[in-house]
Design a protein around this ligand. Structure first.
Ligand code: ADP
Ligand code: AMP
Length: 213
């Protein structure tokens, strides 16, 4: 299956993507994860991306489109399908993705659109913690790691600080609607109620994907 997962920052894309990948074995392509890996390795692209990410701004389209195109051209994609997470985030990226997929002879089959009340996102993002070793995402209150966990094994994302979160939400709200409309016009969008328990959200997604398969 060739899929997108969309939603505002904190909607639960990464959390649900991990479950989708586990069950449906598609390749998870997260532009945010790719940028964070590049930042950690201090590559030229990572240094450039950091200058935008730290301010809550989007990385320029030509950079983002380039890394996605390169990733989609790899051999595992045609064999297993993909789940794009955090891309496209501008209508220009959506058009670039259409062209990339057409040039590779790949058809997009569905867009999972996780809808959440924006007011709940600040709480979700400010409590988000990530396991240093595995990269797995948790939440201090809503989805804590099992047992008596050691806080030192987890980190908080730099861009989850309240000042940056506000800008990220504004940017994503402003850019998001035309993208969803672009895919709605193609009949690809499946709206999912994101203000539910994590497992309930996944059960709803699973129903959609089982039908699509
Ligand atoms: P995104 O990838 O869309 O930015 P995440 O999957 O990282 O979002 O989720 C943001 C935070 O909210 C994480 O701390 C995650 O554990 C938590 N979270 C995800 N889904 C839910 C949910 N349905 N209810 C409550 N908290 C959630
Ligand atoms: P995410 O992990 O998806 O929340 O992304 C973290 C940050 O990386 C975003 O706030 C952006 O600065 C940047 N980023 C991720 N995906 C994109 C994209 N498709 N276009 C532009 N910037 C992106």
């Amino acid at each position: 299956m060739n899929l997108l997962i969309m939603g505002l920052p904190g909607a639960g894309k990464g959390t649900q993507a991990a479950k989708i990948v586990d069950k449906f074995h598609v390749a998870h392509i997260s532009t945010g994860d790719m940028f964070r890996a590049a930042m950690a390795n201090q590559t030229e692209m990572g240094v450039l991306a950091k200058s935008y990410i730290d301010k809550g701004e989007l990385v320029p389209d030509e950079v983002t489109n380039g890394i996605v195109k390169e990733r989609l051209a790899q051999d595992d994609i045609k064999a297993h399908g993909f789940l794009l997470d955090g891309y496209p985030r501008t209508i220009e990226q959506a058009h670039a993705l259409d062209e990339t997929l057409a040039s590779l002879g790949i058809e997009l089959e569905g867009v999972i659109n996780i809808q959440v009340d924006p007011a709940s996102l600040l709480e979700r993002l400010s409590g988000r913690i990530i396991h240093k070793e595995t990269g797995e995402t948790f939440h201090k209150v809503f989805n804590p790691p099992a047992g008596d966990y050691n806080e030192e094994d987890y980190y908080q994302r730099e861009d989850d600080k309240p000042e940056t979160v506000k800008r990220r939400l504004d940017v994503n709200i402003a850019q998001g609607e035309p993208i969803i409309e672009h895919y709605r016009a193609k009949g690809l969008v499946h709206d999912i109620e994101g203000n539910q328990e994590i497992d309930t959200v996944f059960a709803d997604i699973e129903k959609v994907l089982t039908k699509l398969q």
